[in-house]
Design a protein around this ligand. Structure first.
Ligand SMILES: NC(=O)c1ccc[n+]([C@@H]2O[C@H](COP(=O)([O-])OP(=O)(O)OC[C@H]3O[C@@H](n4cnc5c(N)ncnc54)[C@H](OP(=O)(O)O)[C@@H]3O)[C@@H](O)[C@H]2O)c1
Length: 299
């Protein structure tokens, strides 16, 4: 079994790597040697010829695409690059996976939705992205579904954080320790996703019969931690755990303009993934605690 994981330096890529190297998540037929982790140095998704060249020399049974253009605001200025990585490269990966008879797991986002619903979005709700990042991610999903009607899955996650990289939790910890007061948006609602939880789910899925059986129709699944919060509530909990005495004031999205518009409510419904893959979903507070305990040990 040869399993390729792209985005080895990203939050999900690094979390999968850590789990695979501890071996606890692998079944008897798997070994950490089955996994090949690549970053842009080995496989640059901004270059069509680089992608072709890489796969001419490398064949896989499963491709897990954790690489993406994820800078939501910068994407407004770099639409072409974001489209290449989030859409055209995904299209090319799907076509290559087909040729190689490989399974493809692709990660997408809650930002494919416009956020204009008061109910959690299900996989059958119609996407309607309101920023360039969301549009490029949706274009990637559509291309994948067209080229790979079978043998692939798309997992849409939301508000990813981890002990790696520069995510919301780490930024808030830094700001909270420096400042007495902080204003945080309270009218964008969703649920955070701890990258290790998502990575565990991916490793569960690749062992599961419902993924392994050849010819299964490609499906979209939603996954995040359990809960419904705003960025303001998220910040309060981060500060409570770390005992940071920084005053947090709720503000509206209008009071905090950003280059890319953010959807208002991107809570996602996870019934489908729970049912099909028998997944247990942790509450956002317990996963945040786990991540922050690891961060503390790293200090
Ligand atoms: N972050 C979120 O809040 C969020 C929310 C929902 C869904 N998602 C989705 O979840 C997935 C994983 O997100 P993440 O937070 O783990 O992302 P991340 O930490 O930003 O990592 C993305 C990785 O993609 C790599 N990459 C970017 N351009 C590349 C290129 N041209 N060629 C090869 N690799 C390239 C980056 O490489 P470098 O390290 O070299 O830059 C980075 O390691 C993505 O599909 C994202 O769209 C993210």
């Amino acid at each position: 079994m040869r399993i390729l994981v792209t985005g080895k330096n990203g939050q999900v890529g690094r979390s999968i790597q850590k789990l695979v190297n501890t071996d606890t998540k692998l079944d008897n037929n798997q070994s950490s040697n089955d996994f090949i982790f690549v970053g842009r140095e080995e496989l640059d998704l901004s270059s069509e010829s680089n992608i072709s060249h890489y796969f001419n020399n490398n064949k896989f049974d499963i491709i897990i695409n954790c690489a993406a253009y994820t800078q939501v605001d910068k994407a407004e200025q770099e639409a072409e690059l974001a489209n290449q990585i989030n859409h055209l490269a995904v299209k090319q990966l799907a076509s290559i996976a087909n040729e190689q008879k490989a399974r493809l797991i692709h990660i997408s986002t809650d930002y494919v939705f416009d956020g204009e619903s008061d109910k959690p979005f299900t996989e059958t709700d119609i996407p309607n992205p309101i920023n360039i990042y969301g549009r490029t991610k949706l274009a990637g999903e559509k291309a994948l579904l067209k080229l790979m009607p079978t043998n692939s899955i798309i997992i849409r996650a939301s508000w990813l954080y981890s002990e790696y990289g520069n995510n919301f939790v780490k930024v808030m910890l830094k700001l909270g320790k420096k400042q007495d007061k902080l204003s945080v948006v309270s009218d964008q609602i969703g649920s955070p996703t701890y990258a290790t939880d998502l990575s565990n789910v991916i490793l569960e899925i690749i062992k599961h019969k419902n993924f392994r059986d050849v010819g299964q129709t490609t499906q979209i699944y939603h996954y995040s931690n359990e809960g419904k919060i705003s960025w303001y509530e998220f910040t309060n909990e981060i500060f409570r755990i770390e005992k940071i005495e920084c005053e947090v004031n709720p503000i509206t999205s209008q009071q905090y303009p950003t280059p890319a518009k953010r959807p208002r409510n991107t809570l996602i419904n996870m019934d489908k993934i729970v049912k099909v893959f028998n997944i247990k979903i942790s509450n956002w507070k317990s996963s945040l605690n786990t991540c922050m305990t690891i961060l503390k040990k790293q200090q």
